[in-house]
Design a protein around this ligand. Structure first.
Ligand SMILES: Nc1ncnc2c1ncn2[C@@H]1O[C@H](COP(=O)(O)OP(=O)(O)OP(=O)(O)O)[C@@H](O)[C@H]1O
Ligand SMILES: [Mg+2]
Length: 467
């Protein structure tokens, strides 16, 4: 299984890129700041160490050589510094031209000293990790100038002291400025602000796309859906205006076609009526009967076409509707029309189930499906299945135990004027618009209808409607 790290949503992608860019910029800015601070810290370390070492050196150098060990032990050394008297400078482990060493040397040189007190030799060593520095200062063989007159006497008797070195070891922690709490806090704060800003900006950027998607969906279901508000930034306003212009053109197009259909249907009625009157005068009985039957067909076609035009242009508002009541009403009406079938019209479902729908239109859609079940299957069973989870659609299944649908043709049956092969004879009376109208209405409700053959024989129309 491949892990999806790169999200598909435009908003998420933009957010990730923006956020990464902002964090990178912050890291760079804070890095520059940290490097600057590190340099300053080294400078301060060098100055501090140079002065402390010289203080120590002066104190020790002023003491007579034989008392220097005791004097050093009594001194309170600053944290991180140790010192001892040796007969040699620190071992030459490594000499690196470390910038801090130069600094220490410079600061040591800055301390004014009388010539007698000046260290005869100075050795500086840095540890490999440069976290430590060793400084060796050769102490003058004589005590400090101030004490010289007093030391005149004993000096002659004292054996020549061997060379004395004051060896200082100082901790020199490598500066870690990015570990400073204020830098970490600044980074965290800037990251949170960057994340919030990114989320806000991307949300604002992506919101109009969501609105546009919803509007396009709504338009697909209902050409008369309310237009998009043309407000906000110029690009959004322009997109909304373009969308509204497209919707208006679509609406006019659909209206023109359906009005044309309705007009033709309407205008055909008068000649049909006239023809029917004239056919009555045909002397030949058989011919007259045939002519009247053809005229009946023609009239049915016109009526169905008019109905189709009316549903397409209807502006009936949606309102709460009890589907269970509607289903039972449809079956009762069918039983009234054909009492011999009353036993074979069954409702199976809850007592009540309310959805929002356009009641006349929905009744026509479900009525067409029930009429098909009765006409082609000889019975009808309406099963109502409430939504299983919140937001899931309500399902309505209309079944019959008839011969079923012509295999492989279930989708084409929804085309206008499409009829099954066996129904071509006008016995069953349809014109082939029932399923077209039903699908049109259900899709306008945001639902759908499909046809299938049942495994145990007969056909099933499955309807889904948003709860
Ligand atoms: N329950 C069913 N069983 C078998 N065939 C069906 C069933 N429902 C529909 N059909 C087939 O689908 C065709 C199209 O159905 P549709 O309802 O669109 O038109 P119609 O019933 O022929 O005419 P109309 O409903 O416009 O009066 C039907 O002619 C029929 O052959
Ligand atoms: Mg039908």
């Amino acid at each position: 299984m491949r892990l999806r790290l790169w999200p598909r949503s435009l908003a998420a992608r933009t957010a990730i890129l923006l956020f990464a860019g902002l964090v990178l910029a912050q890291v760079a800015a804070l890095g520059i700041e940290a490097i600057g601070r590190g340099g300053l810290q080294r400078l301060e370390q060098g100055r501090h160490l140079g002065l402390r070492v010289m203080e120590l050196y002066i104190t020790v150098a002023k003491t007579p050589p034989d008392q220097r060990g005791a004097a050093l032990r009594e001194l309170r050394l600053p944290a991180g510094i140790t010192a001892q008297l040796d007969s040699a400078p620190p071992a030459r482990l490594l000499v690196s031209p470390l910038a801090v060493q130069q600094l220490v040397r410079l600061n040591m040189a800055l301390v004014p000293l009388p010539p007698a007190l000046r260290p005869a030799e100075v050795v500086l060593l840095g540890s490999p990790a440069q976290e430590q520095m060793m400084i060796g200062l050769r102490l003058p063989d004589e005590p400090a100038i101030a004490e010289r007159p007093r030391a005149e006497g004993p000096r002659a008797e004292r054996p020549r002291a061997e060379r004395q070195w004051l060896n200082v070891t100082a901790a020199l922690p490598v500066p870690r400025p990015w570990q400073q709490p204020d830098l970490i806090a600044a980074f965290l704060l800037m990251t949170v602000v960057a994340a919030a800003l990114t989320a806000w900006a991307v949300g604002r950027l992506a919101a109009p796309l969501g609105t546009l998607t919803a509007a396009a969906d709504r338009l697909g279901e209902d050409v008369n859906a309310a237009p998009l508000p043309e407000a906000g930034p110029s690009e959004v306003t322009a997109a909304a205006a373009a969308f509204n212009r497209m919707a208006a053109r679509l609406r006019r197009f659909v209206q023109d076609r359906t009005l044309l259909l309705a007009a033709i249907g309407h205008d055909l009625r008068t000649p049909i009526t006239r023809l029917r009157l004239r056919a009555e005068f045909v002397a030949d009985d058989e011919l007259r009967a045939k002519m009247l039957a053809d005229l009946d067909d023609l009239e049915a076609l016109v009526t169905a076409t008019l109905t189709f035009g009316r549903t397409a242009t209807s502006r009936e508002p949606a309102a709460p509707l009890d589907l269970a009541v509607l289903a039972r009403t449809l079956l009762d009406e069918a039983a009234d029309a054909r009492p011999e079938l009353a036993e074979r019209l069954v409702y199976d479902g809850p007592e009540h189930l309310t959805v929002r729908a356009r009641s006349t239109a929905l009744k026509r859609a479900l009525g067409n499906l029930v009429a098909n079940a009765i006409a082609y299957g000889g019975n009808a069973r309406i099963r109502l299945l409430p939504a299983e989870t919140a937001g899931a659609p309500v399902r309505i299944e209309i079944e019959d135990d008839g011969p079923g649908l012509p295999p492989g043709e279930t989708e084409q049956l929804f085309d206008p004027f499409r009829r099954g092969e066996e129904s071509r004879s006008r016995e069953t009376g349809g014109v082939g618009l029932g399923l077209t109208i039903a699908r049109d209405i259900l899709r306008a409700h945001g639902g759908e209808v499909t046809l299938a053959n049942r495994g145990e024989g007969g056909a099933r129309a499955s309807v889904r409607l948003p709860a």
